[in-house]
Design a protein around this ligand. Structure first.
Ligand code: ATP
Length: 447
């Protein structure tokens, strides 16, 4: 078995070849930082979302879901600090006009402009090679639009840069309608937009992303234990629910100069992406920063009345935040295997069976034999009724079908042959071992 690290080209090529991810508006040359999910990408990402939602909302008694609007009153983003502080450091090349993330170019996690100026002193532009870079400056990453027919300053609005915003503004609505007591959480899955200076690494750094976020509202005295619980949740989810290998994951604690403007503590889980270990999932202690700030700017009292102590307090928030695209990419990279088995080379996605876009592929041995096709259709319909995600595959010879299904991670391929017509048994071929066994049709229908 090969253990060499998978390259991003391999993943991009598999995603395109098999219908996971396409370049957005590809026929027009694409648009940097935007991607479309194809039929299999949608299946996989829906499963990831469903798994996360079940673990974080359905299986818990005190976490509730919301689905907020992408565009909100711009005051929300003033209160959250994004209008002033959602910035990345940027340098321009005076020679070729290319823009670069100053911290990436300097090879540091620091976003301090003085430090960056020092580190960038002798750097050249990676695009044209000239030593003609501007001084680093900050750049706001929120995407702007106008609401209504008049395009002026008073109608400016932003596409949300994170989903958390409408969780904070709905904190009181959820608390009241759900009669929730601290601690409780509010979760959301949705699109967010960031005008990244240099989108790259396929779906790792994009301008339109989907986030899965949960804000857990607590009394401040349990901030440390709750922070630890949500760190554990993220690690468990990745390793147990998604089956990602621990060796592909690492903790990374943010240094002070690296933390977002709202965070008192931040621990990321890094995944071993083809480019390097990079951020996948963040757990942050946002303290009472957001609710305090929303109280100040909106003038609404968002304090919580503690019935035991008869006091009012502004809850603290522990946040769990992960990008769906980065999760999907991690799952694909972790599962991608090139190996030689019984003298043949193959690419196989060793996905957890529950995550595979298709649970079974069903094939008649020959597609021009009516009796085989009819029998295969019957098995296919029965499995589809039970599992939903079953694919019919009668294209090419059996060897080609297996290779195709291996590449998309289908755990089992079922073949209906002449023996099926005699004794009602079928061949089930296992993706990982490639072993085949004969079982009764009734057994597989029960599975
Ligand atoms: P980075 O440092 O990589 O820019 P971040 O620290 O700004 O990320 P957060 O604001 O904490 O990220 O966002 C939460 C999660 O959303 C991240 O852990 C990541 O999974 C995802 N995410 C953030 N920015 C992007 C992006 N441009 N493209 C894809 N996913 C993203």
């Amino acid at each position: 078995m090969s253990n060499t690290k998978v390259s991003m080209e391999d993943i991009v090529s598999l995603c395109k070849r098999r219908g996971f991810v396409f370049q957005a508006s590809e026929i027009y040359g694409g648009l940097a930082g935007f991607w479309d999910y194809g039929p299999l990408g949608v299946e996989l990402s829906n499963k990831l979302k469903a798994e996360w939602w079940k673990a974080i909302v359905t299986d818990k008694d005190n976490v509730f879901g919301v689905d907020g609007a992408v565009i909100q009153n711009p005051k929300l983003w003033e209160a959250s600090g994004h209008v002033a502080g959602f910035t990345d450091p940027l340098v321009d090349c005076k020679n070729c006009g290319a823009r670069h993330r100053a911290d990436h170019l300097a090879g540091t996690d620091s976003t301090d402009l003085v430090e960056l100026t020092r580190l960038l002193k002798d750097k050249t532009c990676p695009k044209c090679g000239k030593k003609d870079l501007t001084k680093p400056r900050t750049y706001n990453m929120m995407m702007k639009t106008w609401v209504g027919p008049v395009e002026d300053e008073s109608s400016v609005a932003y596409l949300r840069p994170e989903t958390a915003g409408s969780i904070f503004t709905n904190y009181e609505n959820v608390r009241e309608t759900m009669r929730a007591k601290l601690p409780f959480g509010v979760a959301q899955i949705g699109k967010a937009f960031r005008n990244e200076i240099s989108p790259r690494d396929f779906i790792f750094r994009v301008r339109e992303l989907e986030q899965m976020e949960m804000q857990y509202f607590i009394k401040p005295d349990i901030q440390e234990s709750t922070y630890q619980e949500w760190r554990d949740f993220a690690w468990q989810f990745l390793t147990k629910n998604l089956g990602i290998k621990e060796s592909n994951l690492q903790w990374h604690e943010h240094a002070e100069n690296e933390r977002a403007h709202y965070a008192a503590a931040a621990h990321d889980i890094y995944f071993n992406y083809p480019q390097s270990f990079k951020e996948l999932w963040g757990t942050h202690n946002r303290t009472d920063y957001d609710l305090s700030s929303h109280q100040k700017i909106s003038g609404k009292d968002l304090r919580y009345f503690d019935e035991q102590t008869k006091e009012r307090l502004t809850p603290y928030v522990i946040e769990s935040s992960v990008g769906l695209g980065r999760m999907l990419l991690a799952v694909l990279v972790d599962a991608y295997t090139e190996e030689e088995i019984k003298g043949e080379k193959r690419v196989v996605l060793k996905l957890k069976p529950e995550l595979a876009p298709y649970r079974f592929a069903v094939s008649p041995l020959l597609k021009n034999k009516q009796e085989l096709v009819e029998k295969a259709r019957e098995v296919y319909q029965a499995l589809k009724k039970k599992h939903g995600n079953v694919v019919w595959d009668d294209n090419g010879n059996i060897g080609k079908r297996y290779r195709r299904q291996d590449e998309i991670g289908t755990p089992e391929c079922i073949v209906i042959d002449f023996q099926t017509l005699e004794d009602d048994t079928i061949t089930v071929r296992d993706r990982d071992t490639t072993n085949q066994k004969r079982v009764k049709v009734s057994d597989i229908k029960e599975s």
